[in-house]
Design a protein around this ligand. Structure first.
Ligand SMILES: [Fe+2]
Length: 297
């Protein structure tokens, strides 16, 4: 896929992650959500009800896949069994695209269960870009890399985070999943200007946005995905949209997940902010919720 094609990916509107805790309540609220993001690892290994719910959701709404275990920055070989399982899920679900984080999450076959940042070096750019090309090349849908939050900085870094991100996605020729909350959290924690960071990115590659809440501690802000989006992140979201135009936007909530009505209300706040910038742009791909409202409990 060429660089210019990423900003031509469909605008899916405003969505949330598909979570087990909402399986029972989601059918009645489906019309409030334009698309769903599916954590690949949560569904790759499971059949039964999760797969059945996913099938029904995918019949009614566009779906995108999002992973946490690709470990694209690791020096271990790419995990072929993981990629095979991911390919199977892609074939079954037919997502519009799939994504993972610009980080490493395993080394010498030990899973860290954490997203470890990479040093911002030319060596890392070349290493990751080659691996992204290998992953993207075997999938029938586009691949996006997400900017992670991080809490350490490497002495060896040779460039800024924005330069690193630009170099990787440009050289890998992949899309960018821009997590707006991560930009805010990193800017606060590492002392840079969030708007200047956004201006330095290849915004023509942004195909999806993440919005989320965070936890403010006395000496650090933690990207928890466990709270409402704060006004400063909402302002940054408007700033991004003023430069990108319509971009599919997802509310991430992974801890202390609230009931579905609260998710709908929080997503409405994001949608309202988006409409302030974009006007009323119809999302692509919604095919009606009849299928989902009849699914079995
Ligand atoms: Fe995110």
């Amino acid at each position: 896929m060429t660089a210019t094609a990423f900003d031509e990916l469909p605008f899916l509107g405003y969505g949330i992650g598909l979570r087990r805790t909402h399986f029972d309540t989601l059918p009645a609220w489906l019309e409030r959500f334009d698309f769903f993001e599916v954590l690949s690892e949560n569904f790759m290994a499971f059949g039964g009800r999760p797969r059945e719910v996913l099938r029904r959701v995918a019949a009614a709404r566009p779906v995108v896949l999002h992973g946490v275990s690709l470990s694209i920055g690791s020096v271990d070989p790419l995990d072929e069994s993981y990629l095979d399982a991911l390919s199977g899920l892609i074939d079954e679900v037919k997502p519009r695209w799939f994504s993972d984080h610009l980080c490493l999450s395993s080394f010498e076959e030990v899973d860290y269960h954490d997203l470890v940042p990479l040093p911002f070096t030319e060596e890392a750019v070349a290493h990751v870009a080659e691996r992204v090309r290998a992953v993207a090349g075997r999938a029938p849908v586009p691949f996006l890399l997400e900017n992670p939050s991080y809490y350490i900085a490497y002495r060896d870094s040779e460039m800024s985070e924005a330069e690193f991100l630009r170099e990787v996605v440009t050289r890998a020729d992949c899309g960018l999943l821009l997590d707006v909350n991560n930009v805010y959290v990193n800017a606060e924690n590492h002392g840079y200007d969030a708007r200047a960071f956004i201006d330095a990115l290849p915004l023509e590659r942004v195909a999806q946005l993440h919005m989320a809440g965070h936890l403010v501690l006395p000496d650090v802000i933690i990207d928890t995905h466990g709270a409402p989006v704060v006004p400063a992140v909402m302002d940054l979201f408007r700033y991004v949209l003023e430069r990108t135009g319509p971009v599919s936007t997802l509310l991430e909530w992974d801890h202390d997940i609230p009931p579905i009505d609260v998710m709908a209300r929080e997503l409405d706040a994001i949608r309202t902010a988006g409409r302030e910038v974009l006007g009323d742009v119809a999302p692509d791909g919604v095919v009606g919720g009849e299928e989902a409202t009849t699914w079995r409990r």
